[in-house]
Design a protein around this ligand. Structure first.
Ligand SMILES: O=CCCC(=O)O
Length: 412
């Protein structure tokens, strides 16, 4: 906590995100440390009675062993502390392989842990470059002493990690790609939905797995929603993350800029209209791309099929609730979904019908230490954060049976 401004500054220079967002990330990450220090006290086994006389049944929770975290560059501090805090609470050591783009914030965290009294080897960092990342990750997944691997990143790499881990039947948590739908019904509070989308979509320049990738707006409010959203988006200030007043930083990698540009061009070729942005800056350095809104998006576009992971927001128009659910679920991924409506019955129906591990109901902000985080379908498996479930990812449950001497019956 004492070093949070320094950590946030490193994150801004590593990722490009505005300093205020980097500080927000560090605070979010500290929530996990606090939460899992409580979970360490709550990890408990059970004692039971058996149908067989003089027998007791016991379950005992023990650390699974050495764990490995393969972590992405978009939230380098939060993703590591979410994983490491759970592992440490369970009694596991952890080897962290940060993304080649963001090794410095992690090295700083582990240095702080050592200064705070951690024994060497409790948290270990192995840095690498882009070229050596696949072989180092494979080596860690296949090492016989490693018993647990946790990975956050793309679905493509997640499948490779799962192959590597299948050899030794390693316990595995996969937090993978998103392509998340954001559905706004005619009866929604439009102002609140726009506020939520502003935060969710432009935060870290759209580079979050839970960002809204496909925005479905019901036809009765579509035009008003688009007007308000574009008006608000125009007020973003693009620039270097460390410069005061910046609200939209650059992308973190050059490949990220290429992908946004490809999605924008593809959307135009399939009939999309540029409502804002859409042109890569032709001068200056840095991986900048302006906040871009495409209207009249349709399901032939690349942005409907895969996550852009950048500052592109595609607005789709829909008619009925069934149509919206059909569009939203039309993806192999199932990380998060968002619904905006004032109809309580519809909220409940959508919670049950949307194929996603997490559903934001009249909110775009649902990540929190106390709630399980994780997807379904090709967005992965296993949960991070939340009560019991996340710490159990780092624990084994040992079952024991005890035969006791006959217990004399006691007359009271
Ligand atoms: O980008 C993935 C993680 C996002 C979050 O924890 O809210």
């Amino acid at each position: 906590m004492a070093a949070k401004n320094d950590i946030a500054t490193i994150v801004t220079y590593e990722t490009g995100k505005p300093l205020v967002e980097a500080l927000g990330e560090v605070n979010y990450a500290l929530g996990f440390v606090w939460w899992f220090s409580g979970e360490a006290e709550r990890a408990q086994g059970t004692v039971g009675y058996s149908a067989i006389p003089n027998r007791r049944t016991i379950t005992n929770k023990q650390p699974v062993g050495v764990s490995v975290a393969l972590v992405p560059w978009n939230l380098p501090v939060a993703m590591i502390l979410r994983k490491a805090s759970a592992a440490l609470a369970a009694g596991c050591t952890m080897i962290i392989k940060p993304s080649p783009e963001t090794p410095l914030s992690v090295l700083a965290l582990v240095e702080l842990a050592v200064r705070a009294g951690f024994d060497k080897g409790v948290l270990t960092v192995m840095t690498t470059d882009l070229q050596c990342t696949p072989s180092l990750s494979e080596g860690l997944c296949k090492h016989p002493l490693v018993r647990k691997v946790t990975f956050t990143g793309s679905t493509r790499i997640g499948k490779l990690i799962s192959h590597h881990c299948s050899d030794g039947l390693k316990k595995l948590t996969l937090e993978l790609g998103g392509n998340c739908p954001f559905v706004v019904f005619d009866d929604a509070d439009v102002g609140k939905a726009v506020d939520a989308l502003m935060q969710l979509k432009w935060h870290h320049t759209g580079q979050a797995c839970i960002t809204a990738n496909r925005v479905y707006v019901q036809k009765g409010i579509y035009d008003e929603f688009q007007r308000l959203f574009v008006e608000r988006t125009k007020q973003l200030k693009i620039g270097h993350g460390a410069v005061d007043g910046t609200t939209l930083g650059p992308l973190t990698t050059p490949g990220g800029v290429d992908k946004v540009e490809a999605h924008v061009q593809d959307a135009i070729s399939h009939g999309g209209r540029i409502a804002l942005g859409g042109t890569r800056p032709s001068h200056g350095s840095g991986f900048f791309y302006p906040a871009t809104v495409i209207s009249e998006a349709n399901d032939k576009m690349l942005v409907a099929a895969e996550e852009t992971f950048g500052p592109l927001c595609a607005l789709f128009r829909f008619g009925t609730e069934d149509e919206a659910v059909g569009y939203a679920n039309n993806t192999s991924l199932g990380l998060a979904s968002y619904v905006f409506t004032r109809d309580v019955s519809r909220i409940w129906r959508l919670l049950e019908r949307l194929e996603a591990g997490m559903v934001g109901l009249n909110t775009g902000n649902q990540s929190a230490a106390e709630l399980p985080f994780g997807g379904i379908k090709e967005s992965g498996y296993g949960k991070e954060s939340g009560k019991d479930i996340a710490i159990n990812e780092y624990l084994i449950t040992k079952s024991a049976t005890l035969t006791v001497d006959e217990v004399a019956s006691v007359k009271l």
